[in-house]
Design a protein around this ligand. Structure first.
Ligand code: ADP
Ligand code: ADP
Length: 227
């Protein structure tokens, strides 16, 4: 299932100049199929929290489970991740970028291709599979990154300020695109943004963090009509 449970999680970074307590005592649960946003000022630990849920960073305190099981390392079959920077390989086509996680698992060539086509179709990029990243606009690159995050059909999708680098109009279009995908797939989505209006527009619920150290201070349900 796609439930995410974060229990008493804290994170302390150790650097050459000392330690930074990024997050302290964070607890929340997200039920399967919910769309929640995490908002808060820069430096409050949003990215750190998302990376811990993704299994990319280990919490220094507390536990996190996805689908009832802890995640000790990233597993794109359980959790898809999309970052602000699309981080596509420039020398690969859109299709090959999307196929990449499947190639790592040695999935059969034909199945890989089919899944990549399906994912590109889902994000509205059918017909762009053979383009390289430099031939695509910012919005379209984020669509490719989204397709790559979805290609193994994970029940959970994490997005870290995915549209922050885009212009206003594209950001709105992409937000509606994510809503459309969520309505079609009913994945659990956890969306990090520093834009409160974006969070309210997109999600069922908004978690609010404050900084130094990052702390969960509020959890608000949104009850707005969907576009
Ligand atoms: P946000 O995404 O809300 O901007 P981050 O999770 O990026 O917050 O950062 C939270 C805090 O942890 C900040 O004080 C930041 O400077 C610190 N931090 C983040 N990553 C590292 C790191 N790799 N090493 C040391 N400190 C870090
Ligand atoms: P940006 O605004 O960052 O350049 P967009 O994703 O909004 O990126 O796309 C830019 C242009 O590409 C727009 O004119 C848009 O209509 C077109 N475009 C985007 N996605 C598609 C698509 N799936 N099919 C056809 N045209 C598209």
């Amino acid at each position: 299932s796609g439930a995410v449970e974060v229990t008493n999680v804290g994170h302390v970074y150790e650097t050459a100049s000392g330690t930074t307590e990024a997050l302290t005592d964070i607890s929340f649960r997200v039920e399967t199929g919910r769309f929640i946003s995490i908002v808060g000022p820069s430096g409050c630990g949003k990215s750190s929290l998302l990376m811990m849920i993704a299994g990319l960073v280990q919490p220094t305190r507390g536990t996190i489970t996805a689908g009832g099981r802890p995640l000790v390392q990233p597993d794109p079959t359980r959790i898809g991740v999309v970052f602000q920077d699309a981080s596509l390989y420039p020398w690969l086509t859109a299709r090959s970028n999307v196929e990449f996680p499947l190639s790592l698992r040695h999935v059969d060539h034909k199945i890989r291709r089919e899944r990549a086509e399906e994912a590109l179709d889902l994000v509205g990029l059918a017909g762009f599979a053979d383009k390289h990243p430099h031939e695509l606009s910012g919005g379209m690159k984020q669509r490719v990154a989204l397709a790559r995050g979805l290609v193994q059909d994970p029940p959970i999708l994490l997005m870290d300020e995915p549209f922050a680098a885009l212009d206003e109009q594209t950001r709105l279009t992409m937000g509606d695109e994510v809503l459309r995908i969520w309505e079609r797939t009913r994945k659990t989505i956890i969306f990090v943004t520093h834009g409160l209006s974006e969070a309210i527009h997109l999600s069922d619920e908004v978690l609010v963090l404050t900084s130094r150290p990052g702390k969960l201070v509020d959890r608000v349900s949104v009850d707005l009509p969907r576009p």
